[in-house]
Design a protein. Sequence first.
Length: 171
Amino acid sequence: IKLTYLRNVILTAMLALALAACGFHLRGNIPLPSGISNMFIEAPKGGFNDQLSLVLSNAGAELATGPGGADVVLKITSATTNRTVGTLDARGKADSYNLIFSVSYRLEDPAGKIIRSASINETRRYNFNPELVIETESEEADLLTDMEQEAAINIVRQLASVTDYPAPPVQ
């Protein structure tokens, strides 16, 4: 039994070492460059702001309480949700919808110079059954939360590629 336990410990350690060596990161755990790791988020309050703050914290960002105490400012210029008809049934009634979450942002230095700006769109389709309205509303809310999280992860991925902004001097 002790030999089996030791073998399992060694295999687990080797697997962990292999994953670390290949650059694998847990979802949402993307390291940020040191020049932008101290940031202030300027965004409307709500679910997306909470998701973005969580993903940035997991990436090692230090979230400042105000723009004056940050090396960069991440401004969410828009975050919108839209729903369009996906497909129609034989009677011409909607039987699926497309849920679209769009977010635009700018990363600025303390002087307001834009370092990076981009837009991200997340789309999901879900079926609609008029007899199951409560379940459909619940599914839509779950999809929106998932899309907000995915958009936040994509923003952090894009920010992780910022290599031309200098790290602040060490004091």
